[in-house]
Each structure stands twice: as structure tokens, then as C-alpha cells.
Design a protein around this ligand. Structure first.
Ligand code: GLC
Length: 547
């Protein structure tokens, strides 16, 4: 077996740059702000930083609508700041991956402006254009759209451009037109952008909605489905099966092609944002060998249930679908979905146990900024949202979303990082920050937790350090333990002569586990009643022991 690539052994910290740290007092986080906090991230034990996009963009989707792939948006800084960021990260022995939005550009990108201007300009075929299905006189009517495809956000993804008398396709929102990867010039241009950043030393990319890059070449209508809302394991919804709009065979092939481009620069991380059934998304990694994307998110786990049975089944699934030479990613929150505290009922004890699982299971942990201090969602009305997504659903009462377990207002999880108890949680000196700071910042902030040795923050720091020191946690296989008391999950990680057992009590009641061990590596708020040949895990307690 070839040696494991670095990106299978690393741990990832996700930064949403707009909300991380504002260095110049304009209320918006920036690259210089990230630079000032690198030591903090290093101290957490995370080895790779993924930053959401800071490229030139009208910011209609806060950077996920790019208008120049090789320049930096002025509110985030300059090209020099970006280069310094790469350099400073590397100086610390860490890595950094950028967020590459290949599927679509902003509608303000010069490519799109040119493309939409006429049917015969040099970029006419750079986006996905189709004529109305019937007479152009009625083309704005629903029935005249090129086919029945829904966008990922609901409703038709076809949008009419009078300049061409045609529709263009957007998988996400109308101002994010999809590029046409069946045109070799598009591929070439995007590979150039990829090479540009790799040449600057970037360690790889997180790939935005990578599984929609190709759509059916024949534009077949999608079949009807009874499914109302998309779920993490099945993106079909809005009464349509996303058969021809997602996970097309050409996209798997494209993953391999992109991999060969990045390999010109050595071992670089490709982390795909993909969605769908586990068996399908797994195909983005390659067939039998790791020759596609290096890693994919498997978002079904964002809907986790806090029970030992759930996490046992999750491990079984991940081990089945991502065995060597593949590697699962363990992720429980990001800039698009509820923070994990939402599912943990704001219980810090549970957050500590979740972190212990995430940092010790066989996989790459990926943690969203603020999770390390237990930041929570900040509920806000759809009407005043800055996020463009909820505006699509303005007429739907909020309780329907909550009832269906749907999440639409992403502002709620993008509030400024809570650094300390001063004004604006120490995020910015501005009068007004771009999104409000959560009112719980006086007690939930880095400085406050810094001083408490049992805080979530310090537990994550300790676990991050153990992960770095113990080869078994970074590199060893995982074996589930049987015969444990109800509510307790246990697994063994082995590396050379070293054998560690991780025991996690998902129940609020204490549990006794009969086991012999030679050394306790870490204990979480309990497990300190060591008896002969047995240990006690208090409610939501955990222990890492050497066998
Ligand atoms: C991804 C991003 C999300 C963005 C969308 C469109 O899902 O994570 O924030 O809005 O793609 O680019």
C-alpha cells in the first residue's frame, strides 16, 4: 500500500473570513485578521486551514459568486495579503486550502457578461444556454423553460436573458450561472486558475458543489419524486428526482482529471463538497485507488443523533464506504448548516464528547470556526437576512421550515467569532459589524474559556495535541469494541506497537467499563475513578487509554 498522503492524516479548521477577525475596523473580517489569529489556530492543534472564498466578487453570495479567480476582493485585502497568508501558514508547519467555486461564476464575471451579450460572441458557449422550449413570445412563462429542471435551492434553475432570447442554467441562485464544462476552453481557463494558486503555494482546494459540474448532455427532464425537501443523503426534492442534474458520470471523470492537474504540483488536497447517497459520492474519490478527489464531505452526519448507537452505525458506514486507501471526513457543521450546538441542545458536556469523537475516530476532522468554544445559531428573521437564500422563501412562514427541519437563513451560523467579552466580542472595532454578534458572547468567548482548564476550548486543544502525538489516532486502523454497556461507544486505534482505546459515554448516567489498561492518555470530566480492571465513565464522560 502506498504511504498515506498528508491530507489523510491532517485536521481541518474552516474559516469564514468575513466573520473571523476584522483587522481594519470596517465591520468585516479580512485576511490580515486571519494572519493575526494563526497562532490561535495552531494552538488548537488544527494543521490545515480551509478558508471560504475571498476572491473578487460582488458578494451577492458572500464570495461564492466569483468575478475574478485570480484576484482578491478589496474588503478582504490584497494579493500580497493572500501570499503572506500562505507563507505564514507554511512557516508554522501548517497547510492552507482555498475554496474553489468551479461550477459557476458571478453573473458579473466578464466571461458571463460577454457570454450573455449575444449568441455568437467568443464566450457564447461558456455557459449553459438553451432556447425556450416553444415560441420565444411566451418564453418567460414557466411552461416555456427549456426543461423541467429545478435548481438546488428550489424552483426552476433556468433564467431568461433577453439579449440572447435564451435561458441560462444556474444550479444554485440566479446570479450564479453554471459554466459549461463540455466546452474545452472553460476547462482550460479553470485549470489555469487552479494552477495559478497551486503555483503560489496553496496546498489544495475545497471544491464547491463539485457534484453538479456536469449536467445531462441531452437535457432530459428530471423524473417526478414525492420528496418535498432535499435531505443530506438525497438531494432530490421539490417533487423532483435530481437524476440528470447531479452526480453525472462525467463529473467522476472530471475529478480524476482535476487530480492529475493538481499532481503537477505534488501532493495537494482536493476536498469535494458533494451530496447524495454515500455509494454515489464515494465515486468521486476514484474507483479502487485514490486517484480522484482526495476527500469528500459526507453530509448525512450533519443530522447526527447524540447516541452511542448512532455513532457506532456511523463508524460502520464510514469504514465500509471509505476503507483504506480512502479516508472519511468527520464534519458536524459548516457555514451553510446549523451549528452542532443546535443538535446538542446547547449542552457543553455533549459538545466535548462530540469533539472527542471527531478528533479520535479514523478520519479527517473538519471543524467550523467557533465550534471550539460552543458558539450557537443566532435566530434571525428571513426578511432582514443578508444571505440571499432565505429571500427566496420570504413568503413561507418560518415555522414551516422549523417544522420540516429545514435550514434557510445562513446568517444564523455566520455571526462574528467571539474572541472576548469586550464590545463586538473583540471581533471588530467598528460601530456596526456586518452581521450582529451573538448576545451570548460575554460568556461564550475565547478569552473566557482560555482560563478554564475544563472548557470546551481547552479540551479541544488537549485532544488536538494528543492527535498530533499519537500515530495511532492519525494513521491507525479502527476497530469497534463489542460488549460495552448501553450508551457507551468504544473503539481501538492501533499503530505499530501502540494500541489506544477510546471510550465515550453518550448517556447522562455513569457507566462502568471492565477493561485493563496501562496508562490513561486523556479523560473527559470523568473516568477518574480507576478501579482494578474497570473504569468509570461519568455521564457524557470519555477516556483514551493505552492498552
Ligand atoms: C456551496 C457553498 C454555499 C454556496 C453554494 C453556492 O454549497 O457552501 O455557501 O452558497 O455552494 O456556491
Amino acid at each position: 500500500m502506498p504511504p498515506r498522503p498528508w491530507y489523510h492524516k491532517t485536521s481541518i479548521y474552516q474559516i469564514y473570513p468575513r466573520s473571523f477577525y476584522d483587522s481594519n475596523g470596517d465591520g468585516i473580517g479580512d485576511i490580515k485578521g486571519i494572519l493575526q489569529k494563526l497562532d490561535y489556530i495552531q494552538g488548537l492543534g488544527f494543521e490545515t486551514i480551509w478558508s471560504s472564498p475571498f476572491f473578487s466578487s460582488p458578494q451577492a453570495d458572500f464570495g461564492y459568486d466569483i468575478s475574478n479567480y485570480t484576484d482578491i476582493a478589496p474588503e478582504y485585502g490584497t494579493m500580497n495579503d493572500a501570499l503572506r497568508l500562505i507563507e505564514e501558514v507554511h512557516k508554522r508547519g501548517m497547510r492552507i486550502v482555498f475554496d474553489m467555486v468551479m461550477n459557476h461564476t458571478s453573473d458579473q464575471h466578464p466571461w458571463f457578461k460577454e457570454s450573455r451579450s449575444s449568441q455568437d460572441n467568443p464566450k457564447a458557449d461558456w455557459y449553459i444556454w438553451r432556447p425556450p422550449s416553444n415560441s420565444p413570445h411566451f418564453c418567460k412563462k414557466w411552461g416555456e423553460r427549456p426543461n423541467n429542471w429545478n435548481s438546488m435551492t428550489g424552483g426552476s434553475g433556468w433564467h431568461y436573458a433577453p439579449e440572447r432570447g435564451q435561458y441560462f442554467w444556474s444550479s444554485f441562485l440566479p446570479f450564479q450561472p453554471d459554466l459549461n464544462y463540455r466546452n474545452p476552453e472553460v476547462k482550460k481557463a479553470m485549470f489555469e486558475a487552479v494552477r495559478f494558486w497551486l503555483g503560489k503555494g496553496v496546498d489544495g482546494f475545497r471544491l464547491d458543489i463539485f457534484n453538479v459540474i456536469y449536467k445531462d448532455a441531452e437535457f432530459h427532464d428530471n423524473p417526478f419524486s414525492f420528496k418535498l425537501a432535499p435531505t443530506e443523503d438525497d438531494p432530490s426534492g421539490f417533487f423532483q428526482e435530481a437524476k440528470y442534474t447531479l452526480n453525472q458520470p462525467e463529473s467522476f471523470e472530471f475529478a480524476r482529471e482535476l487530480r492529475s492537474v493538481t499532481e503537477e504540483f505534488g501532493e495537494r488536497m482536493l476536498l469535494g463538497e458533494v451530496s447524495g447517497n454515500r455509494q454515489i459520492i464515494r465515486k468521486f474519490l476514484g474507483d479502487e485507488v485514490n486517484n480522484g478527489l482526495g476527500l469528500v464531505f459526507d453530509f448525512a452526519m450533519l443530522d447526527f443523533k447524540f447516541t452511542a448507537d448512532y455513532f457506532r452505525a456511523l463508524i460502520e458506514e464510514m469504514e465500509r464506504h471509505y476503507p483504506d486507501p480512502f479516508m472519511p471526513v468527520y464534519v458536524f457543521s459548516n457555514h451553510d448548516k446549523h451549528r452542532s450546538m443546535f443538535r446538542l441542545g446547547d449542552d457543553l458536556r455533549k459538545a466535548k464528547l462530540l469533539a472527542m469523537f471527531q478528533l479520535t475516530a479514523r478520519g479527517v476532522p473538519c471543524m467550523y470556526y467557533g465550534e471550539e468554544i460552543g458558539m450557537t445559531d443566532l435566530k434571525q428573521p428571513f426578511g432582514s437576512a443578508l444571505d440571499p437564500l432565505p429571500h427566496k422563501f420570504k413568503l413561507v412562514p418560518r415555522f414551516i421550515f422549523d417544522l420540516l427541519g429545514l435550514f434557510a437563513n445562513r446568517d444564523e451560523v455566520r455571526t462574528p467569532m467571539q474572541w472576548d467579552g469586550t464590545r463586538n466580542a473583540g471581533f471588530s472595532s467598528a460601530e456596526k459589524t456586518w452581521l450582529p454578534v451573538h448576545e451570548n458572547y460575554p460568556s461564550i468567548n475565547v478569552q473566557h474559556e482560555d482560563g478554564d482548564k475544563d472548557s470546551l476550548l481547552n479540551i479541544i486543544r488537549a485532544l488536538g495535541k494528543i492527535r498530533q502525538e499519537e500515530g495511532a489516532l492519525r494513521d491507525g486502523p479502527l476497530e469497534l469494541m463489542d460488549g460495552l454497556p448501553d450508551g457507551v461507544l468504544g473503539y481501538i486505534r492501533k499503530f505499530e506497537d501502540n494500541k489506544l482505546a477510546v471510550l465515550l459515554n453518550f448517556d447522562g448516567q455513569a457507566r462502568e467499563v471492565p477493561i485493563e489498561y496501562s496508562e490513561c492518555v486523556f479523560k473527559l470530566s470523568s473516568g477518574d475513578v480507576a478501579k482494578e480492571k474497570a473504569i468509570q465513565l461519568n455521564g457524557f464522560g470519555g477516556m483514551i487509554i493505552k492498552l
